[in-house]
Design a protein around this ligand. Sequence first.
Ligand code: AMP
Length: 221
Amino acid sequence: MGCVVILLGPPGAGKGTQASRLGKDLALAHISTGDLFRDNLARNTELGKRAKSFMDSGALVPDALVLDMLFDRVARPDCEKGYLLDGFPRTLPQAEAFEKALPRGTTVRALNLRVSDDVLLERLSGRRTCDACGNIQHMLFSRPKQAGVCDKCSGKLVQRADDSAEVVQKRLKVYREQTQPLEAFYAARKNLTHVDGSVGSDEVFAVLRKSVQGPVMEGCR
Ligand code: AMP
C-alpha cells in the first residue's frame, strides 16, 4: 500500500508553501526536487554541478538526473508509508517512469494548483527564500519583520537566482510546454483534482487538506 500526493502547478503557484504545511499536517515526508537540487548546489556535489546550468537558465534538469535523485530519496525510511511530491514529476517521461516504479496498490492523488500568469509574476518577483532553513517569505504578503532576515530562524533572506524576471518567463514557458501535459496524464487515471491557487494561503490549504482526506490518506496507514 502507501500513498503519494503530487502537487502540480506552475512556478509560483504555492507548491512549496503548501507542500511544507500539508506534509507537517499529514505527517508525510515532503520531497521537493528543487530543494534537493539546491541542496546539491550548496554542497557543490557532482549532481549539483551537473544541474546548475539548467537551473540557472530556467530549464529543466535532464530526466535521468532527476529520476536517480528522486528514487534514491523516496527509498529512505521516512517515505515508507507515503510522501508528498513538490516539483516532481515535471515531464511525461518522469511521470511514466515514476508510475512504473511505484509498488502495486499505491494510492496516487495529483492536486493541481491553478493560478493566472499575472498573479504568478507578482508572487515570484516578491518571493524571498531563507538560505539557512528554506522558509519562504514575500515582500508584500509575508514581509519579513526585519529587512532581509528570516522570521523563523534569523537566517539571510535571498532572492532565488531563477526568480529574476527574465528567468521566470522562461520557467513559465517550460511549464506550459513540458509540465502542463501532466494534467491530462493524471486526469486519464482519474487521479487529478484542480484547486484554485489564487486565493489566500489558508484557504488553499483547507481545500488541499480536504482533497486528500479519506481514501487517499487511507493508503498511508
Ligand atoms: P523548483 O524549486 O521546483 O521551482 O525547481 C527549481 C529548478 O530545479 C527548476 O527550474 C529545474 O531547473 C530544477 N528541477 C526541479 N525539479 C525538477 C524536475 N522534476 N525535473 C527537472 N528539473 C527540475
